[in-house]
Design a protein around this ligand. Structure first.
Ligand SMILES: [Zn+2]
Length: 114
């Protein structure tokens, strides 16, 4: 697949957000977002969605090792946890008087961004 021409949309989820996983093996898990990949619309959540990564044998480590690593999760599989009301929610957008747009909680309508 040609990735280079794909338009990259800004995700509604950002690094350090608290999110709840709503689908898959880790359903119900709450964790912090460590990394976002806007190109793939996926994120890495701390402690969730572990996969085994096989590391190539090297001269210093002839056996190779299997390390557990968090794998990216698609953003549609998580909900953000609102820092104001604590509910898992969808993210809305609001435009401030200053013209900058902020993320808002669809449940309590408070700003998610501090
Ligand atoms: Zn809220």
């Amino acid at each position: 697949m040609k990735e280079s021409k794909k338009k990259v949309k800004a995700l509604k989820i950002k690094k350090n957000d608290q999110v709840k996983i709503i689908a898959g093996n880790d359903k119900g898990y709450v964790g912090k977002v460590l990394k976002v990949f806007p190109r793939n619309e996926s994120i890495i959540v701390e402690g969730a969605n572990f996969i085994n990564r096989h590391q190539r044998p090297t001269s210093g480590n002839p056996q190779g090792t299997v390390i557990k690593k968090e794998a990216p999760i698609h953003v549609s599989k998580v909900l953000i946890i609102c820092p104001k009301c604590g509910a898992s929610t969808r993210v809305g957008k609001a435009v401030l008087d200053t013209g900058s747009s902020v993320r808002i909680c669809k449940k309590c309508h408070e700003m998610i961004d501090a």
